[in-house]
Design a protein around this ligand. Structure first.
Ligand SMILES: Nc1ncnc2c1ncn2[C@@H]1O[C@H](COP(=O)(O)OP(=O)(O)O)[C@@H](O)[C@H]1O
Ligand SMILES: [Mg+2]
Length: 565
């Protein structure tokens, strides 16, 4: 193939001006068809006059340009118009390949091509380095595509023959025509990439926020002014009342929470919409199958500076917290009662002792008087007996109360709860009412020993619990005594008394450990049994728990630690 060399002809750009062609380096820049001594196509030129031949070529080039620009002006996608334009150009120039190279962030890239695929990137680069106008490198014509000061790429033609002036002009014109189109397409592509990156970022942010909301141990949903659900978190999807997010989003809250009275719901939301103030309240619900307490918070939300546009509702299950709170205040109350009782009982102890001593010496006096022949009215002795009995009763109550408030510091040793059960049952064995009951024991042989316990006191506790169970069951029934060990050393040894008695109303459970609280007939109950148990168990570092269902029975659970306190 004959080649054009810049060293030989020095024209480089559009045409050979100085006639430096040589036989070895014929100038391809000379217009084809011109009877040039060095044109490779001189043999195929028509014999027509140079002017008319030139006009013919110009007309063909113009018509090709018109076709290509019409193509580019069509509303078709850039890819297909560029493809067609390159095809047209290639056909017109009878070129082996027409290719379009674009500068991309990754480097120069062959983006469109028509014909063979043999153009090397290096050659294109070389051509672009030579200057901003049409350049020749080997068998390539490299037309840089430039828009203002932006280098967009290059339109490259590989031909076996030298191109004529008109053809080279056509090539340059096409490169210029393509420049704004390609620059625009490149800008759009960059924008697209940017938009995609931003969208991905927004999506990542949205997912992140959603994950946070889903990870909260709270039910959360958001409604708009039309009461339509806009957000619904994972926690609201779970549980018996759970509704999936897909189902909830876009529907009104009344459709989804249809178990709640719509009017009430509407009022609650309207309150927040109109006042812009947060609302908080507690709600009992049995929707999950058991009674649970929820703290509901309705929070106003504004999208701009205007009025409240949304309401966020948060539901938190506070059942355990509330129970702990109640237990805590109950324990506080009992501690206060204990302190008060201890003070009062100490005050009563002394006069009781005095009354007892006086009654005793009165008894001796009466004895002496009788011996000396004085007749004593028989009721006098009865009265004395009554005084003594009542003093003993008072003393027992005082001792009981003192046991509750400050159990006696008895000797402590390592105690096995199973032994406590055996000893208590032995003591109760002969009790008339106890004999009628069915007693089942289920003792865990692996139970750990409770360090620093007093077995007498623990027997007293179990005895009080068994007598209560007996009272609750009447003549017959079954009471189970269970011991159990647990892996939590703070709850290592557990003793349960399970009865099938009348049970305790929920509202009463908080009161049963209070001293003097009894539901038994006068004379049958003192209301001190459980308060003494409470004092003893607490002194052992443990707790008493109660589960009870009215009409079905109760479980009293003494939980003791198996680690030294
Ligand atoms: N196992 C039980 N079943 C039902 N109610 C019970 C049981 N144990 C205790 N109670 C209730 O707790 C109250 C207080 O018990 P306690 O302090 O032992 O006093 P008392 O037995 O003298 O009434 C009882 O009166 C009874 O109402
Ligand atoms: Mg009792």
């Amino acid at each position: 193939m004959r080649r054009h060399d810049r060293r030989a002809c020095r024209h480089g750009v559009a045409r050979c001006q100085d006639g430096t062609d040589s036989a070895d380096f014929p100038c391809r820049a000379s217009a084809p068809g011109v009877a040039s001594a060095h044109s490779p196509r001189r043999l195929v030129t028509t014999p027509a006059s140079p002017d008319s031949a030139r006009e013919g070529r110009a007309a063909r080039a113009l018509s090709a340009l018109a076709g290509i620009s019409a193509e580019l002006a069509s509303a078709r996608a850039l890819e297909s118009t560029v493809d067609r334009a390159l095809g047209t150009l290639r056909a017109f120039l009878e070129a082996q390949q027409v290719s379009l190279w674009l500068h991309t962030p990754q480097g120069l890239a062959l983006t469109f091509t028509a014909g063979e695929d043999t153009t090397s990137e290096d050659d294109v680069r070389k051509g672009l380095r030579l200057g901003d106008s049409l350049q020749v490198v080997r068998d390539l014509e490299v037309a840089p595509i430039i828009l203002g000061d932006r280098r967009v790429g290059a339109l490259v033609v590989r031909t076996a023959r030298a191109l004529g002036d008109e053809e080279r002009m056509l090539l340059t014109a096409l490169a210029n025509l393509l420049a704004p189109e390609l620059a625009h397409a490149e800008r759009s592509r960059q924008l697209e990439v940017e938009v995609a990156a931003r969208t991905a970022e927004i999506e990542r942010g949205r997912r992140f926020t959603e994950k946070i909301i889903d990870s909260l141990p709270l039910g959360l949903y958001v409604i708009d002014r039309e009461y339509r659900i806009q957000s619904w978190n994972r926690k609201r999807e779970t549980g018996m009342q759970g509704v999936s997010r897909e189902e909830a989003i876009g529907r009104t809250i009344f459709e989804i929470l249809h178990r709640q009275p719509a009017e009430m719901l509407r009022r609650e939301f309207d309150d927040v919409f109109s006042t812009g103030r947060m609302q908080e309240y507690q709600m009992e619900s049995v929707a999950s199958g058991e009674a649970r307490t929820y703290r509901i918070t309705k929070i106003p939300m504004r999208l701009g500076d205007g009025p409240v546009s949304h309401v966020i509702t948060i539901g938190e299950d506070v059942t355990d917290w509330k129970e702990a709170q109640e237990r805590f205040s109950q324990a506080e109350k009992l501690a206060a009662i204990g302190q008060l009782a201890a003070g009062v009982m100490h005050e009563i102890n002394n006069p009781l002792a005095t009354i007892a001593a006086c009654a005793e010496s009165l008894g001796y006096r009466i004895e002496d008087l009788e011996k000396s022949g004085v007749t004593i009215a028989p009721e006098t002795l009865d009265f004395l007996g009554i005084i003594e009995n009542e003093v003993v009763r008072c003393k027992q109550i005082v001792d009981g109360l003192l046991d509750f408030s400050r159990p006696k510091q008895a000797r402590k040793e390592r105690v096995n709860l199973n032994d406590v059960v055996e000893r208590t049952l032995f003591l109760l064995k002969h009790h008339v009412r106890f004999k009628k009951l069915t007693v089942q024991t289920d003792l865990d042989p692996t139970i750990g020993r409770v360090p620093q316990a007093n077995s007498e006191q623990l027997v007293q506790v179990l005895m009080a619990l068994l007598i209560n169970a007996m009272d609750a069951m009447g003549e017959k029934g079954t009471v189970r005594i269970v011991t159990q060990s647990s892996t939590d050393p703070k709850r290592g040894a557990i003793l349960e008394v399970i009865d099938s008695g009348h049970g305790i109303a929920k509202g009463e459970i908080a009161k049963i450990f209070e001293p003097f609280y009894t539901t038994k007939a006068p004379g049958q109950g003192t209301g001190l049994g459980l308060s003494i148990c409470y004092g003893i168990v607490q002194e052992h570092g443990g707790v008493i728990e109660v589960d009870s269902t009215l009409g079905q029975g109760s479980t009293f659970r003494v939980v003791l630690p198996v680690v030294a306190q």
